[in-house]
Every structure is written in C-alpha cells, then in structure tokens.
Design a protein around this ligand. Structure first.
Ligand code: ZN
Length: 567
C-alpha cells in the first residue's frame, strides 16, 4: 500500500505502518486528504504490484547508513524512528527495485503471495499519538488468504455496525449516557436495561451462594489511609476520584480525604481481618456486586465497554496453598457454565506469568503459576502463555469470550495475589498452630456487568435468550371485550414470575404484533373471544411466527420449562 501511495503521490512522506489485530494501517503525511476514490486508485496499483510478484529482500544496515539512505529520499519520519531504535543495526526491506522501507520483518517472499485485501477507511492520527505533533492520515486495510475469508470478514464488519450496542441500547430502551448533563462514561439504565441487569444480578447471586461464596457489601467511599495501605493511593491515584469531607471539629482544616472506591479488594480484606482465622475457615469466598469508579481519559470511553463507573461480579478468595488448585478449577467451571447459559460458545484463554519486576518468593510464583496451568490442563482447555505479562503481584488467567462475529470480549479473570495479604498483614492459624499468610485470589466471572451487557447485546443482536428477556410475553387482546380475559392471563403469568406486558392500545392488531416483534419479544399471545371461551392462548413465537393455540396451562408449563433450562 505504501508503495502504491508513493507511486501515485510521490511527495507523500511515510510515517509508520504496522500490522494490527485484524489487518494493518499506514500513516502518511500528505497535504490533500485521501478520498474514497483515492482508496480505489491505491487498490488498483496494489493489485498491479501483486501481479508483478516482486520479491521482498532484506538488508541489514548500520543506523548511520540507514539514516543516510532515508535522508536521500527525504523520509524525515523514518529518520526519527531510526534514531529511537536502541540496536546498532536496523533492517530495511526492498520491494523489487521500486520501493524500500524501514522494517523489522519478516515479510512474505514476494508481493505475489498477497491474496485478498481491501482498504477500509481513512482517519486522522497524530504522529506518535501526540497532539502537539503533526496530524497525519491513516489508511486502514485488511488482508486474508482467500477472497472467501475476506468476504466473511467484511460481512461481519457490516453486521457489527448493525449490532453496535450503543445503537441497539438506545433503540430498544436499555440504556443511555448523558454526556452533557451528567458526564461522560456514566451509564443510565432505563427500565428495560435495569430489568436485564436485575435478571443477571439475581442469577449471579444465586450461583455464587450455590458455590459456597458468601455475599458481602462494602461502602462506596472509604478514607484515604485504607488506599495507602493497599498501595492504590500511590500507584493508581490518576485513576481514582478523591475528595475531602470537612472536619467539623477543625473547620479551618481542609478536612479528611476520601476515595470513591476503584476496587473492592480492600473492603473484603477488612472483613477477612475482622477476626482471627484458622485453616478450618479457609477457603473463604467473599462475593460482591461491587460498583467501582475509575477515571478513564475521555478519548478512550466507548459505550458500555469503557466507562468511568461500573459494577463487577467481584469475589476474593482467601485460601491456603493446598486449596489453590481446587479453587481455580471451581472458578473455571463457573465461567464455563456462565458462558453456556448466556449463549456464548467459544473462549480464548491466556495465562500470564511472572514479569521481571515482581514481588513474592520464587516458591510462591512457581506454585501459583503451576496451579493455574494445571487447572487449565486438567480441564482440557487450550490456552496461550504470555510470558512476563502477569501483574507484579502474581500470575493470572484471562478468559475472553468470542462472539458470533469472532470478536473477543474480556470477561473472566483469575488473579493470584501475594502483595495485598502482605500489605494488610493477613494471617491464619495453620494445622501446626503457626500463623501463616493466606493466598488471595481476585476473580470475576462476567467482569464488568456494563461491558458484559454490551457484549451480550452485540452477540445476540439484542435477540436475548428467553430467560434474559426483560419482557418475555406480550399479551395482545384483539378487542375491548377480551381485555378482562387478557388481565386474567397477565395475573396468572405474573404469579409464575413470568415477565409480561399487555398492549391494549386502540391500535390495529397487526400494528401491535409488529411492535412487539420489533422489540424482540420471545412470545406474543393474541387473545380474542375464541381463546377467552376455551381458556386458551394463540401463540406467536419469536422467529417462528404463529405456532397455533395452547391451553393457558400448557403454555405456562412450556414457557417455564424453557426459562428454567435457561433457553
Ligand atoms: Zn480484587
């Protein structure tokens, strides 16, 4: 692409052009903006270059030689890049004899190896991401081994736009963000979204209690010294909202500093510390739907995915080294079960190990990393190891779920921690009567509920499984004379905890059915005189249309079975 751009507009300066998750980009310094037509022209030249099957050849140069080379061609950005490379040698790649670029490599052998590609968009980008630097033009593109794969990717991109949770969330009345009035990155759940959130929270509470967790609740504000002990005040301050509360006794002082909690861990630790613990008490599993606030730069905020206030399904497990593996395995089982009931199939698992700078003994690290890895192996799960990418205080597992469009969403994390038990001086009395330090596991299953709901809406395209649907049944009486019968059905369904809405507006039957369908209601029950006399309902199922009539008792039995099976 860079070769094509230079061929078409020789005065253009090249900046930087890496490969990224789904393709590549290149930043160009060019006066006139690239138009859609320009992208087509570039693609044409690219196709010709590919046809020419030009070989890519690597050449290793000293930095001095490389700078001389790019000075000659007037590529100032390349010179800046070379100067920042710590090594003495740099590599360049030549494409035939027509083009050369600074590149670490490796490359395919020749341009002919490049198969299906497409240029996607142009965006502004500051040189090196700094606002004080010149604004460049970034062209994004992607490429695949076959046209079929490219077509599938492009189709998914289109579909992703339609499924954008920000769009769906607003259209279907789930949530909104009031940037101007309330501030960016703060979520307002409208009634339907709040109902969905409640359904998810109820599920989580029940499942945690079933699995031996204890529910705890901790305050939203806690004073500064707690966050000094935890280390957040010194290492995480730029992300924390802090404020002063006036001191009544000494009104002249600025008062006492408080922190709006960015994490739930210190609160749970205080509960652990409230009494002497013995090995018999462990493992202790504290669970909280903990709402936290973290300051994020305005530029990175995105719908429900990156926000400033969110709720985690957060738990902290205090255990002995002997407990560690069985605890981790139980968490993995929990994650797999949760993914199933929420309708996600594929997962992507990463194990991050000890970084260079870390605290904790070699033994601690070895044992914890082994426990994480053995758990994954024993569960028969495939994973990738990310060496050195653990936190400084312990190794971790990240589980990302993959949606129907093959995109990854961060959800569960299992993090071992040797630091906080030490900072808070946690202990338990072991079998030998000696005081020992428990291991602490931080873990979330769905992660941030906000982000998870975003993923859920996009994965299902807002066609939520029945058990999660805020409205499960829409009741539509055909005419006024059947209103009473409809009310009776509503009461019976509600008695069975089925979420039902009645639509007795003075609109045509078709219009009311269509609206319930647009709202992705799983079941629509149409009732007229015939149904009223027979104590039955005429059932329309989402995606299937009219499925005939059932007695009310039969319908209730059927829908309850589906809900209980989390379908
Ligand atoms: Zn934690």
């Amino acid at each position: 692409m860079a070769q094509a751009v230079k061929e078409l507009w020789p005065e253009t300066k090249l900046a930087i052009g890496p490969s990224i998750e789904d393709g590549f980009y290149y930043d160009f310094d060019k006066k006139e903006p690239f138009t859609d037509d320009d992208l087509k022209k570039i693609e044409e030249v690219m196709r010709r270059i590919i046809k020419e099957n030009l070989p890519f050849t690597r050449q290793d140069l000293s930095k001095k030689e490389a700078i001389a080379l790019f000075t000659k061609s007037g590529e100032a950005y390349k010179i800046e890049l070379i100067k920042d490379i710590p090594e003495e040698q740099v590599s360049i790649y030549k494409t035939g004899s027509a083009f050369l670029d600074l590149c670490r490599g490796p490359h395919v052998e020749s341009t002919g190896k490049i198969k299906a590609f497409k240029l996607l968009s142009v965006a502004g980008a500051y040189w090196r991401g700094l606002e004080t630097n010149p604004m460049l033009q970034r062209i994004y593109g992607t490429c695949f081994n076959s046209q079929k794969e490219l077509d599938e990717y492009l189709k998914n991109l289109e579909e992703a736009k339609k499924r954008d949770h920000r769009k769906l969330g607003k259209e279907l009345g789930f949530f909104d963000i009031y940037h101007d009035e309330a501030g960016a990155g703060l979520i307002f759940y409208h009634p339907k979204g709040a109902l969905l959130r409640m359904i998810i929270e109820d599920y989580l509470k029940k499942e945690h209690l079933k699995r031996g967790y204890q529910l705890v609740m901790t305050p939203h504000i806690m004073q500064k010294n707690l966050w000094q002990t935890s280390g957040h005040y010194d290492y995480y301050k730029e992300n924390m909202y802090t404020f002063f509360i006036p001191d009544e006794k000494t009104p002249s002082s600025e008062g006492q500093e408080f922190v709006l909690k960015p994490m739930n861990c210190p609160g749970h630790i205080l509960i652990y510390k409230s009494t002497i613990r013995s090995f018999r008490d462990l493992p202790l599993r504290y669970f909280e739907l903990g709402t936290v606030y973290r300051h994020e730069k305005a530029g990175v905020l995105h719908g429900l995915l990156r926000v400033r206030g969110f709720t985690q399904d957060d738990a902290h497990i205090f255990c002995t080294p002997e407990n560690l593996k069985s605890e981790i395995k139980a968490i993995i089982d929990f994650v797999i079960e949760a993914m199933r009931v929420f309708g996600f199939g594929e997962m992507d698992i990463e194990l991050s190990t000890r970084p260079e700078k870390s605290i904790g003994s070699d033994d601690d690290w070895a044992r914890a990393t082994q426990a994480l890895e053995d758990s994954l192996k024993e569960k028969g799960l495939s994973y990738t190891v990310h060496p050195g990418e653990g936190a400084f205080y312990g190794p971790k597992i990240d589980i990302k779920l993959k949606d129907v469009l093959k995109r990854k969403w961060q959800c569960a994390t299992i993090q071992c921690d040797f630091a906080l038990p030490k900072r808070f001086n946690l202990g338990y009395v072991d079998t030998d009567g000696k005081e020992k330090q428990p291991i602490m596991l931080h873990r979330v299953i769905l992660g941030s509920l906000e982000r998870f709901i975003g993923a859920l809406l996009e994965h299902h395209g807002a066609v939520l499984p029945l058990w999660l649907s805020p409205i499960q049944v829409a009741l539509i009486p055909i005419k006024d004379s059947t209103h009473d019968y409809a009310q009776k059905i509503k009461a019976e369904l509600e008695k069975e905890e089925i979420r039902v809405k009645i639509d007795q507006r003075n609109e045509t039957l078709n219009k009311r059915i269509r609206e319930a369908e647009v709202e992705k209601t799983p079941y629509i029950l149409v009732v007229g005189d015939k149904e009223s006399e027979a104590n039955s309902v005429s059932v329309r199922k989402r995606g299937k249309g009219d499925t005939g009539s059932l007695s009310l008792a039969e319908f209730i039995k059927k829908i309850k079975e589906e809900i209980e099976g989390k379908k």
